[in-house]
Design a protein around this ligand. Structure first.
Ligand SMILES: C[S@@+](CC[C@H](N)C(=O)[O-])C[C@H]1O[C@@H](n2cnc3c(N)ncnc32)[C@H](O)[C@@H]1O
Length: 232
């Protein structure tokens, strides 16, 4: 099984445990630092049926029909041409092979990730993102996702909504987490004047107030989608 855009690798490691000792996971990411982090994580978890490789999802360095399964969580939408990555996935799958993808549903169903960006936009600190540019919501339209996957020859067997809940002990914890998760936000904050940064944070927190419990903790609903494709 091939995992693309694996990041620190945990999704694939869960699959590796199910593959059993005779199955092999190939854990890959375009960033060598991520591949190194995944290698360390696998050692910590004692996962042995895994190999690691730097790989670009747009040009997978494997022959045709090389793997039985492909896994990619929150990765295909970050590739400049997602259609090309999906074509590559179909190419490396063996007949009857399966792919599972996870993507984010639209930004308005994902306040955890978007509250700060919306605040920056309102304050004129950033431009409205180009919906066709690589980013978390690039494949948020399920009909476009279906069309792109079907266009590669893969059959879409299932496309399901996956509600999730993001949790933080406080708004301070949320603020720290999103700066860590979003390069766009951390870069913006580095160049912002202190007053602008303060206003950006206040605007973001106003958007999340409705999710704050009486003890100050947050539970923010989010929505992802999971697609299962099959090469008949
Ligand atoms: C949001 S993270 C998701 C990581 C992991 N799949 C997860 O769900 O925790 C996106 C990952 O995609 C990787 N990535 C971005 N562009 C890529 C590309 N063209 N090919 C392969 N990986 C890519 C990044 O390096 C990053 O590790």
């Amino acid at each position: 099984m091939l995992e693309l855009a694996a990041g620190p690798g945990d999704t694939g490691f869960m699959a590796a445990e199910r593959l059993g000792p005779t199955g092999l996971l190939l854990s890959t990411d375009v960033a060598p630092e991520m591949v190194a982090a995944a290698r360390r994580r696998a050692a910590e978890l004692g996962i042995e049926n895994v190999e690691f490789r730097v790989a670009d999802a747009s040009a997978i360095d494997l022959p045709d029909a090389a793997v039985d399964g492909v896994l990619c969580r929150f990765g295909v939408m970050l590739v400049p041409d997602p259609g090309r990555a999906l074509t590559e996935i179909a190419r490396v799958l063996r007949p009857k092979g399966r792919v599972v993808l996870a993507v984010w549903a639209p930004s308005d169903a994902n306040d955890w990730m978007t509250a700060a960006g919306r605040s920056a936009l309102e304050l004129g600190l950033s431009e409205r993102p180009d919906p066709a540019a690589p980013g978390p919501f690039r494949l948020a339209d399920p009909s476009e996702l279906r069309r792109l996957v079907s266009g590669t020859g893969l059959r879409v067997e299932a496309l399901e909504e996956v509600p999730i809940v993001w949790r933080a002990a406080s708004l301070d914890d949320w603020w720290r987490a999103v700066q860590d998760q979003s390069r766009m936000l951390s870069t913006l904050l580095e160049s912002a004047e202190p007053q602008e940064a303060k206003a950006l944070r206040a605007g973001a927190e106003r958007r999340l107030e409705k999710y704050v419990a009486s003890d100050g903790s947050l539970e923010v609903p989010g929505l992802a989608r999971a697609l299962l494709g099959v090469l008949d």
